[in-house]
Design a protein around this ligand. Structure first.
Ligand code: PLP
Length: 397
């Protein structure tokens, strides 16, 4: 059987391969410390679970409108307006089976084959995969280490924009670097977007995962609402990764196009699951707030241990549940040049499983430093402490 040629252009999320390797290692009776994947080992708040079960019992088991149920679209428009100072209406919101489908539907709606698309590297690997799959030209832009965290390299970004650059994918509260832009950087980025007439995917999967300060959106800036499509997800904030519930929040013509793509793909998002999401937005936030408290304790502990490891340097981000320590010196001390050899050896010797920079898009010429990603969303604080101490022991001895 010959598989269609276009599939050759499709990439994947290689973190799932690391996951498989870790499971196989565990099946052989080894202890694994899972830092490799951005899933949560925290249960979905009970009020959300109850609302979804109630919806099933009440017969919300049929098809529903392709853009999702009206009360959820309305509640989400209101919720986003309250945090973004925007003026979205229900018509701007198209419910999706997760946040991820927004990436492909944004590209399909606004990119013509041959258009160039700016995207972050390191970044969520699906951007690169889908830009190429749909016939676009990927233009990776980069970040650099600042004083307190990773900073968008705006000069570099400006230098790669060309006449066929049409789209920008911007993931503030960034995976894997946990980077966030300052107000001045957002302003400068908005100016660039307007000057070069770009449309933007604001991937805000981690907008609400915050331990201090407040999140700001590019879509909130003057003239940007009509140029931005927001990727919203229930996955992280409400610990609902497996429910598959998210949304595209977009200017009306784009929202209508995305709803048409829904009709052609999945018909409609899962009907009763949307009532769970509605409860998340409207109901008690007691359990949801607790998710952040749990994650904050894990972040504090992980940053403390990582910064005590010789040859490791780690920022203390106020957002996401990822850490992206610089391990250049540690790898050198242990005699590793290859990311994959290092990752596999650490897994074998300590059971600590993580992703490396290689899992987040192609490297940009001139990259010298070495980084690995620890996700602390799927590991309890005791195992987190044990695992990172094993990692420390491995590096230092
Ligand atoms: N965007 C980013 C940056 C992510 O890290 C993820 C998941 O890890 C997603 C989007 C998609 O998440 P979901 O499809 O579960 O909403």
């Amino acid at each position: 059987m010959s598989i269609a040629r276009r599939i050759k252009r499709l990439g994947t999320e290689t973190a799932f391969a690391v996951s498989r390797e870790a499971s196989e290692f565990a099946l052989k009776g080894n202890k694994v410390f899972p830092f490799h994947i951005g899933d949560l080992n925290i249960p979905t708040p009970k009020n959300i679970v109850d609302a979804a079960f109630r919806a099933v019992r009440e017969g919300k088991t049929t098809y529903c409108p392709s853009a999702g149920i009206d009360p959820l679209r309305e509640a989400l428009a209101r919720d986003i307006n309250s945090t973004h100072s925007t003026r979205y209406k229900m018509e701007n919101v198209v419910i999706q089976p997760g946040g991820k489908p927004v990436i492909g539907k944004f590209i399909l709606s606004l990119m013509n084959p041959g258009d160039q698309v700016l995207y972050p590297s390191p970044g969520y690997p699906i951007y690169e995969s889908l830009i190429e799959f749909y016939g676009g030209i990927p233009l990776p832009y980069r970040y650099r280490e600042g004083k307190e965290g990773f900073k968008l390299d705006l000069e570099y970004l400006k230098s790669i924009i060309g006449p066929s650059t049409r789209l920008l994918i911007f993931n503030d509260f960034q995976n894997p670097m946990a980077a966030e832009a300052s107000a001045d950087e957002l302003k400068e980025l908005a100016e660039l977007v307007k000057r070069y007439d770009l449309y933007v995917l604001c991937d805000e999967a981690y907008f609400d995962i915050r331990y201090g300060g407040s999140s700001n959106s590019l879509a909130s800036l003057e003239g940007m609402e009509s140029r931005c499509v927001i990727l919203y997800t229930f996955s992280k904030k409400f610990a609902m990764t497996g429910w598959r519930l998210g949304a595209a929040v977009a200017p009306e013509p784009v929202a209508r196009t995305i709803a048409k793509l829904n009709t052609n793909n999945e018909s409609c998002p899962n009907h009763f699951v949307q009532y769970g999401g509605l409860e998340g937005l409207r109901g008690s936030s007691r359990e949801t707030d607790n998710i952040i408290n749990i994650l904050r304790r894990r972040r504090d502990r992980a940053v403390e241990i990582l910064n005590s490891v010789k040859g490791v340097r780690c920022f203390n981000p106020e957002t996401t549940f990822y850490l992206f320590p610089n391990v250049s010196e540690a790898m050198k001390r242990k005699g590793f040049d290859s990311y994959e050899r290092f990752r596999k050896e650490v897994l074998l010797r300590t059971g600590v499983s993580f992703c490396t920079r290689l899992h987040f898009g192609r490297e940009i010429k001139g990259e010298k430093e070495k980084y690995i990603r620890f996700a602390y969303s799927g590991i309890g604080i005791e195992d987190l402490t044990r695992g990172l101490n094993c990692f420390k022991e491995f590096i230092e001895h």
